[in-house]
Design a protein around this ligand. Structure first.
Ligand code: CA
Length: 236
């Protein structure tokens, strides 16, 4: 469960968003104006804000900028009434993390919120160390070790490995990896995912005996946990 804030002046949309997010166990506040949202954000913390850009009074982009300053760790998702690229660009420049275009499809909204919150957890938990056999991924420091050797990874390679290592032995779909590691509104080829996996495998292999990252054809990837306790010797 997370604490969410909706900033939306349309009664119908606001009510639908609030009830579906509440139905998924979140604590939801709803502001009808940017001024009210900024006031609430000054009083308490939120993990995620859904912000309509078309607001009466204070301009949505300005609200975005001020919310970002007030809630530096919060995930800011802007809602735009139409597929207006300029709105999106300006909103992202004003500190938004993501955007959704209206009419908002609830399934997509809930999936994005889930992905953002999951990523937020690994971002905010200090001392978050993911361990898979000899592999250690320090998500707070963004460093990776295999045994006592540090492995240098690029940004997305790190994110990808951290995402897989968060759930050893669990099949993670391509869609989930793309949503969690890349921006959901990313239009590139999904080939990029395979290229990054290949790079992670190669860099780990260069550093020594690493947990295997299995390809699940037609589904995604899975990082394999040590096959038995004997291989789990930390730092071996
Ligand atoms: Ca509006």
């Amino acid at each position: 469960m997370a604490s969410l804030l909706i900033v939306e002046d349309d009664d119908t949309i606001g009510a639908v968003l609030r009830s579906s997010l509440r139905a998924h166990g979140h604590e939801v506040s709803w502001s009808l104006t940017g001024e009210d949202a900024l006031r609430i954000a000054g009083e308490r913390d939120f993990e995620l804000v859904l912000l309509d850009l078309g607001l009466p009074g204070l301009d949505g982009v300005e609200v975005c900028r001020r919310l970002r300053a007030r809630l530096p760790w919060c995930v800011l998702v802007i809602l735009t009434a139409r597929h207006d690229e300029m709105d999106v660009v300006v909103g992202l420049e004003a500190g938004a993390d993501d955007y959704l275009t209206k009419p908002v499809r609830l399934g997509e909204l809930l999936a994005r919120v889930r992905a953002h919150l999951r990523r937020g957890v690994s971002r905010t938990e200090s001392q978050q160390m993911l361990v898979v056999g000899r592999l250690r991924v320090d998500t707070a420091a963004r460093r990776v070790w295999l045994g006592d050797r540090e492995v240098e990874l690029r940004v997305k390679e790190f994110d990808l490995l951290a995402r897989l290592a968060a759930e050893p032995g669990v099949a993670v779909s391509r869609g989930t990896l793309l949503a969690d590691v890349w921006d959901e509104h990313w239009f590139g080829s999904t080939k990029t995912l395979d290229v990054h996996i290949a790079a992670v495998r190669r860099k780990l292999a260069e550093a020594g005996a690493a947990p295997q990252i299995s390809t699940l054809r037609g589904h995604g990837y899975r990082i394999e946990p040590p096959s038995d306790a004997a291989e789990g010797d930390p730092g071996a």
